[in-house]
Ligand binder design. Structure first.
Ligand code: B12
Length: 226
């Protein structure tokens, strides 16, 4: 199974790299019938492919239209795989999350994965979309009484918005009311997380989920003590 799994993951990545939709959908079918975990198919297959395409684009080896084609193939294959993520049927949500991509940034493949995987794991997720000003994250969080605010940024010139959001929460005296998580492909790491005043960060959805569950559990414990 595992050699076969690795070959399916490679087919998924290659299909994105070659922006070959037919090959991508064939590999998706193989993944589903081969019982490859759909989240792994996305994070280790399709995502590996799109990252390679992004690197080629960054080195000037391919033009933007090719990057766009690859992103479309990734999105179509991802949406099909997400249908197979098993749903958690708990009566009460594990937590409420407001998630979005920061102002100036229109990348949403990552936040769509986070939305689907967190929802399947039992979270109620309000995905407010792309290019969202700091104000909108806070407004939505207040409106739905969120536990977690999650902000995604993919570009070096939009990362600063994650810091602005942390600062805005502090300024309004709301910082302790919410768990604040940051993530996205451009994420520079631990130190940036601290600079944003965030509770935690992740550049992989399954790590994000583990961290979110732990933060929620800690928060519940703290509340129970009070
Ligand atoms: C696909 C893509 C696009 C697509 C986006 C399609 C879409 N619907 O999202 C298109 C073609 C539209 C695009 C456009 C542009 N792009 Co682009 N794009 C990429 C690419 C190749 C992949 C990004 C991606 O989707 N990755 C896959 C997803 C699944 O990964 P992810 O976002 O990291 O998400 C995972 C984790 O981070 C985590 N996560 C995500 N969000 C969150 C949130 C929280 C709270 C947590 C905890 C976790 C978490 O979970 C996810 C799943 O595991 C990257 C390259 C790269 N290596 O990232 C460039 C890249 C980000 N793009 C880049 C650029 C420059 C652009 C453009 C400016 C190009 C242009 N000249 O127009 C525009 C941006 C316009 C704008 N204003 O935003 C640059 C940014 C450079 C920089 N350092 O600033 C990159 C790095 C490419 C490069 N090497 O040059 N892009």
């Amino acid at each position: 199974m595992s050699a076969n799994k690795e070959s399916i993951l490679k087919k998924l990545a290659d299909a994105v790299i070659n922006f070959d939709e037919a090959a991508a959908m064939a590999a998706v079918n193989e993944a589903i019938s081969g019982q490859v975990d759909p989240v792994e198919a996305i994070t280790r297959g399709l995502t590996a492919g799109i990252k390679e395409v992004g690197d080629k684009f960054g080195r000037g080896e391919i033009p933007l239209p090719f990057l766009m084609l690859a992103a479309q193939v990734m999105e179509k294959a991802m949406n099909e795989l997400l249908k197979y993520v098993p749903e958690d049927k708990r009566p009460e949500p594990l937590g409420v999350m407001v998630l979005g991509t920061v102002e100036g940034d229109i990348h949403n493949l990552g936040t769509n994965i986070v939305t689907a995987v967190f929802t399947a794991a039992g979270f109620k997720v309000y995905n407010i979309g792309v290019d969202q000003p700091v104000e909108n994250f806070i407004k939505k969080a207040e409106e739905v009484n969120a536990d977690i605010i999650g902000a995604s940024a993919l570009m070096s010139n939009t990362l600063q918005q994650q810091k602005f959001l942390g600062e805005a929460l502090k300024k309004r005296g709301l910082r302790d009311k919410y768990i604040y998580m940051v993530g996205g492909g451009a994420f520079p790491g631990e130190e940036w997380c601290r600079e944003c005043g965030a509770d935690d960060y992740a550049t992989d959805v399954m790590i994000a989920l583990e961290k979110a569950k732990n933060l929620i559990a800690e928060r519940k414990k703290r509340k129970a003590k009070k």
